[in-house]
Design a protein around this ligand. Structure first.
Ligand code: PLP
Length: 400
């Protein structure tokens, strides 16, 4: 397939993904004619209720759990907050949480709030490849530990934590375990039934579903206190009239992701690997962050010697290539990534890194174009030898 110059090359799928057309089709009737409230008793509303049930079944199939173990929420952030809130409601004396220094702000910020409220939080460090030490984790768990929360896949580097092992360790110690799996769901096979995971958070817009809808897996038998109390929806676990069309979209996106995973398709991994290999060959002083760790198949986080990420983002944007310096939440901020700083506390990798993240909607022609343009952009930035030139570009980006 030949590309036009104006075509966008979207390589920022960890920030958000395009909606799958099949998801839109499935959602439309619930935005138009099937507007009933799933809680109403008449036959007209039954359609909405049945659609929510089907979405729950589809998502349960993707996660390898039972449908009643799913609670629909408004996003991954809400799911994470709900777990932390619930655990502390039930364990008022368990005033200690263990998490990692590289979590998304949707875990870090609620944990920082807890510290202000007198709770103790241990933020485990990671090695140069973003890996956590299980011995350190075990040593961090105390009698008063209420929860361990560790992400499944890192949003910036794609590095995977061994959450199944961590969950077993927590079960053996009698501590609840939560995983923020927002960047793992739909990208790697997941079967929670055979694990000791108590809670798992996910978000539809990371796997071609709509924004503003997520879910929380709550293992059968694990006590849960709702974050949002209200009309008893979601079996009393999340108040508020269901966002039917979006839940339907989440369900369809889950079904499509499961198809991709079970058919054993490798298109995403091969595009990512081809891109990574070509950039490493063509750009001197380039390295992959987390290269020696297990990673999700769609993410490439590079650091490039002699550049500043904001300037690189500006030039890539001019060539209609969308990628990011770290998480989307940080774009426009001068602060370097906390994830890359945790992996390289004495170096400056965090200031010169770019994240490229792929999806099944990317084409080989787009990868070819990116392989052609990224080395040119890096070379151009390195030519700008005067720091004034480079920081002028950086300033222009952060001002946007
Ligand atoms: N957790 C991780 C690892 C993420 O990458 C994100 C979004 O980037 C979130 C949580 C937040 O998800 P949402 O945008 O649905 O609130």
């Amino acid at each position: 397939m030949v590309m036009t110059d104006s075509e966008i090359i979207y390589l920022d799928n960890n920030a958000t993904t395009p909606l799958d057309p099949a998801v839109i089709e499935e959602m439309l009737p619930f935005l138009r004619e099937c507007y009933g409230n799933p809680s109403s008793g008449y036959a007209f509303a039954a359609k909405a209720r049945e659609a929510v049930d089907l979405a729950r079944e589809r998502l349960a199939a993707l996660l390898g759990c039972e449908p009643p173990e799913i609670v629909f929420t408004s996003c991954g952030t809400e799911s994470n907050n709900a777990v932390i809130n619930s655990v502390l409601q039930f364990e008022p004396h368990g005033k200690h949480i263990v998490t990692s220094a590289v979590e998304h702000s949707a875990v870090l910020h609620p944990c920082q709030d807890l510290i202000k409220r007198g709770c103790d939080v241990t933020f485990l460090s990671v090695d140069q490849d973003g890996r956590v030490d299980l011995g350190e984790l075990e040593a961090a768990i105390r009698p008063e530990t209420a929860l361990v929360s560790m992400m499944w896949a890192n949003n910036e580097t794609g590095v995977l934590f061994p959450v199944e092992k961590i969950a077993e360790l927590c079960r053996d110690k009698g501590v609840l375990f939560h995983t923020d799996a927002v960047q793992a769901v739909g990208k790697i096979p997941i079967g929670v039934r055979d694990t000791a995971i108590n809670f798992l958070s996910l978000s539809a817009h990371k796997f071609h579903g709509p924004k503003g809808v997520g879910a929380l897996y709550v293992r059968r038998g694990t006590r849960f206190h709702p974050l949002i109390a209200g009309g008893g929806q979601e079996d009393g676990r999340r108040g508020g009239t269901e966002n039917v069309a979006s839940i339907v979209g989440l369900g369809k996106a889950a079904e499509r992701a499961l198809e991709y995973l079970t058919e054993g398709k490798t298109h995403i991994r091969s595009m990512r690997d081809r891109f990574e290999k070509a950039i490493l060959e063509r750009v001197s002083g380039a390295s992959v962050n987390g290269a020696r760790a297990a990673r999700v198949p769609n993410t490439s986080s590079f650091s490039f010697e002699g550049i500043e990420s904001p300037a690189a983002l500006l030039l890539l944007d001019r060539h209609r290539i969308c990628c990011s310096a770290g998480s989307a939440c940080r774009t426009g901020s001068q602060e370097a990534s906390h994830v890359l700083r945790a992996m390289d506390s004495i170096g400056d990798r965090a200031r010169r890194s770019l994240r490229f993240s792929f999806s099944r909607f990317n084409t080989d022609a787009q990868i070819d174009r990116a392989i052609e343009m990224v080395p040119k952009v890096i070379a151009k930035l390195r030519e700008m030898t005067t720091p004034t030139q480079a920081s002028a570009v950086s300033a222009a980006v952060t001002a946007q």
